[in-house]
Design a protein around this ligand. Structure first.
Ligand code: GLP
Length: 236
């Protein structure tokens, strides 16, 4: 696990964008795994800037998002679908048919999970996966206690995750209680992982991750077992 300490959020976003830009420019048909949450927003802004300056193109890129709430309309501003289009896809030349986000509004969620997993596999797997981390160590929506072998599946969100994500809704009761998420097994198959950690609220998670103890009680700890992980971190 390679750690890059940076001074602030702007540097974190620039450093992450530099890596993603390089990977896309080296492999224009790259398959990228994308994350939501506040942390990657600056990265997406940097990528949009680079695209507008003619420094990269997403035209050959295929994307897979980590997760999506269940039972939230995709047109709702809080859906991860809207998040991705507003913060990245609407501003770059990615082909809409190459964008994949789990569908949390389907009647058969099990089929959706199995199909999502299969789609990733049939694309040849994810070349680089962007990750954030939850206060409780969750990655994507894999909450503490999730099996390290899990594939794309339906999860019940932890109370702490619902409380943390309530800031995007009018109140806590509006936050969906379930989501579809890539499993830890799915994430671990990515060839490369870029974990972004920013914010004072993440101190406990940072300490647990740095301790190197690998346990299902702290999902992000599995990343110690992956051969190609870069963590970009700022305490500010
Ligand atoms: C959500 C997402 C995660 C993300 C986490 C942290 O729960 N499902 O993928 O890493 O939030 O978000 P933030 O970056 O806002 O702290």
């Amino acid at each position: 696990m390679k750690w890059i300490d940076v001074l602030n959020y702007k540097e974190l976003s620039e450093e992450a964008a530099k890596i993603i830009k390089e990977r896309i420019n080296n492999s224009p048909n790259l398959t990228i795994g994308l994350a939501t949450g506040s942390t990657p927003i600056g990265l997406y802004e940097e990528l949009i800037k680079a695209y507008k300056h003619g420094e990269l193109s997403f035209s050959g890129v295929t994307s897979y998002n980590l997760d999506e709430y269940i039972g939230i309309d995709i047109n709702s501003p809080q859906s991860y679908y809207q998040f991705m289009f507003q913060n990245l896809f609407n501003h770059v030349d990615i082909q809409k048919e190459k964008v994949h986000i789990p569908n949390g509004n389907t009647t058969d969620l099990q089929v959706e999970c199995a199909q999502y997993e299969k789609l990733i596999k049939n694309s040849g797997g994810i070349d680089i996966q962007v990750l954030g981390i939850g206060n409780n160590g969750h990655i994507a929506f894999n909450e503490p206690g999730t099996s390290f072998d899990a594939k794309t599946h339906v999860v019940k969100l932890d109370d702490s995750t619902i409380a943390a994500n309530a800031r995007f809704f009018n109140n806590k009761d509006e936050v969906p209680v379930q989501a579809i998420t890539m499993g830890i097994g799915t994430i671990m198959k990515s060839k490369e992982i870029l974990l972004l950690i920013s914010g004072k609220g993440k101190q406990e998670a940072i300490e647990k991750l740095k301790s190197g103890v690998v346990t299902e009680d702290f999902p992000a700890s599995i990343l110690h077992k992956h051969p190609n992980v870069t963590v970009i971190i700022t305490n500010n």
